[in-house]
Write a protein that binds this ligand. Structure first.
Ligand SMILES: CC(C)(COP(=O)(O)OP(=O)(O)OC[C@H]1O[C@@H](n2cnc3c(N)ncnc32)[C@H](O)[C@@H]1OP(=O)(O)O)[C@@H](O)C(=O)NCCC(=O)NCCS
Length: 159
């Protein structure tokens, strides 16, 4: 394993990011969805690359949404939504997802978002630990959120 570089996504990374998404997560998206996020929010679509192998080994993808605050009642605000994050198996537990997420949070701030939120399967302990470590707290449960019927937890944090 070589040195890991974290940098913005670029369109030539698309096929590899789709491959990582399909291999790591049950929630998959068409290429056009990834590209539309990149076109609207390039600062919050970040990849991690093994510089020696010149290979992408993880990504995070986020977008900014307008809506009611998850932190303050009845306040309309801009919220940074973490849509998808994954690191391939061989590279896990080395702080790479944490680094990706921190970069995405910085990108959200640059888009003037005031808070960040995300959904996670309630059995996904690795991801739940990661989000708690980065300051997210559970806002509420989302029963039957996923296609297979599993519940989600909605996590949120100020920016
Ligand atoms: C969740 C995921 C992105 C974490 O990636 P990672 O690069 O291994 O994460 P990090 O090394 O930055 O870990 C940060 C913290 O997360 C938690 N964590 C990560 N992997 C864990 C594991 N296997 N068991 C328990 N806690 C874990 C720990 O608190 C860890 O901090 P520590 O290593 O100091 O204890 C990765 O496991 C993954 O891609 N999983 C499949 C895709 C997925 O579930 N995505 C999230 C969907 S909501």
């Amino acid at each position: 394993m070589g040195h890991i570089r974290v940098r913005p996504f670029s369109p030539q990374d698309l096929q590899r990011v789709i491959w990582i998404n399909r291999n790591c997560l049950p929630e998959n998206y068409p290429g056009l969805f990834f590209m539309s996020i990149y076109e609207s929010f390039p600062k919050t679509f970040i990849v991690a690359e093994d510089e020696e192998k010149e290979e992408i080994i993880g990504y995070v993808m986020g977008r900014v949404e307008r809506g009611f605050s998850t932190l303050k009642s009845y306040k309309l605000t801009k919220k940074g939504h973490i849509v998808s994050i994954a690191v391939i198996d061989e590279y896990r537990r080395r702080g790479i997802a944490s680094h990706l997420l921190k970069e995405a949070l910085e990108g959200f701030r640059e888009y003037d978002a005031t808070e960040s939120f995300l959904e996670v399967r309630k059995t996904n302990i690795e991801a739940i630990n990661l989000y708690e470590k980065l300051g997210y707290v559970v806002k509420k449960g989302l029963p039957g959120y996923y296609r297979d019927g599993e519940d989600a937890l909605l996590f949120t944090r100020p920016l």
